[in-house]
Ligand binder design. Sequence first.
Ligand code: FAD
Length: 456
Amino acid sequence: MADYDVIVLGGGPGGYLAAERLGHAKKKVLLVEEQYLGGTCLNVGCIPTKSLLNSAKLYLHARHSQMFGVTADNVAFDWAKVQSWKDEVVKTLVGGVAMAEKKVGVEVANAHGTLVGTGKVAVNGEVKTADHVIVATGSVPVMPPIPGAKDNPVVVDSTGLLALESFPAKLVVIGGGVIGVEFASLFAAFGAEVEVIELLPEIVPFADADLASRLRKGIEGVAFHLGCKVSAIDGNTVVYTDAKGAEVRTPADVILMAVGRRPLLDGWGAKEAGLEFTPRGIVVDDTMRTNLPNVWAVGDVTGRSLLAHAAYRMAEIAVAHILDPEKASHAGQRLRTETIPWAVYSIPEAAGVGLTEAQAKAQGLDVVTATVPLVLSGRFVAENGLKAPGAVKVIAEKTSRVVRGIHAVGPYSPETIWGAAAVLESEYTIDDLRQVVFPHPTVSEGIREAVWAVKD
Ligand code: FAD
């Protein structure tokens, strides 16, 4: 008999949720985490960034409060206190994960785990056996081989930036994806001079280009340089070629390398155990099964989506199939990446789900679209005025009128986008969605307005 029903390798969102659900189902579970429970998301990702961004948003609110008839004098921020609030939030939530695992009887090993074969994991060198193994080792930041970047104390990754002890006067961000944009917005809100250098013609590549452009223009205090290639880092100076081919040099106190993350595929036996993988991640089917029997993979390490809520979903799917494969198959428990929403918690925020207009066209779909400004929402105007950025875009197939994408820039969009994901999951048509009642006044009414703006 095996030592455990399931061994979970990695204690981030994918791993800790899987372990907790299995423990809840009375399975004997060992969760192996070498660094910190909660993984990237709770310790150096989603949660600390959102804590810092919340402080930045409060600071901006206070500074702009006169517009709303509220006077706040001497508005200031204390970076050390902003940081200690972030640390407190992280500590609370990581403690919450530890408690949740304990409550359902999950054994947690603070150790390095290595997959040594089907059903076998070496935990700090001692081989433990299990009927199933779930791999959830996550991802790590990509450090491109830019001359002058390696071992340069001015250059940090997202983890380094989160730990900054003193507030920088100038930040240069290399990469205009979600992480780069959130940090740029955060530091600009607190008054730093911020530049973002992005290789592609637009930021946040998975957002509809129309809305990504509105998001970029809506982020105050950040100079975005698009279509620019960084060639070197010379001490504290980023050297790049701009869109016209000219060389530009821009100095900074801190340089954030935010060009993406890659699945963590080395150091834990993937190759040696015979797991199938590509540089994009461990190969899994839609039920999270790998090529090895009873070895499952979830989260960033699969490369299917590098988002915490996608890791949660993958964990739920793997657990459902481990517990009762027949029931899970019958219930349609499988990964559908096309309906995973994304969100950017910058100022303003943005979120979306499904195809962009360009993606739909590239797939040969004949589409109808409608974009409306959020000033059509009474709550948006009451809380932001008429000049604030905000819009919703709906993309639907022309003949069937099935909704294929909903993208939004504006407040609360990350909170409301799950509804749009449900619309796509259910394959609602424009006409189905027109029958949904949106509470008034809410910013989510922008979705309703966009849906009614689609031409019949
Ligand atoms: P991880 O969270 O990376 O966890 C993997 C864990 O496995 C780690 O704790 C690691 O120590 C452990 N591990 C690895 N190898 C071993 C081994 N051999 N033995 C033992 N333990 C091991 N996503 C969102 O959805 N929303 C956001 O707002 C968001 N913001 C982000 C902001 C930043 C700055 C960053 C960097 C990421 C952000 N993400 C966000 C992405 C999110 O953090 C990841 O998608 C999520 O953490 C993936 O979860 P995971 O379980 O796959 O892996």
